[in-house]
Design a protein around this ligand. Structure first.
Ligand SMILES: [Zn+2]
Length: 72
């Protein structure tokens, strides 16, 4: 059985990559009651567990896009 590793932005908690159920890239990091980490889809509510989180340092690209739009 392979280890499930997800990547998440440390600052925003955004988890890049498509939801396994609806395919939208709107996943956020969640912590379950047993302190296990995983992701939750903000579009359809699907949950997934992760054995390990690979943290991404720096700015979330989605947030960076928003900031760019505000400058115009
Ligand atoms: Zn989904």
């Amino acid at each position: 059985m392979g280890e499930i590793v997800i990547r998440a932005f440390r600052v925003s908690g955004y988890v890049p990559g498509p939801c396994s159920k609806c395919g939208k890239e709107e996943r956020g990091l969640v912590m379950f009651e047993d302190y296990a980490l995983g992701w939750e889809c903000l579009a359809c509510g699907e949950l997934g567990h992760a054995d390990r989180v690979e943290w991404i340092e720096g700015k979330d690209t989605a947030l960076a896009d928003l900031e760019d739009a505000e400058d115009e």
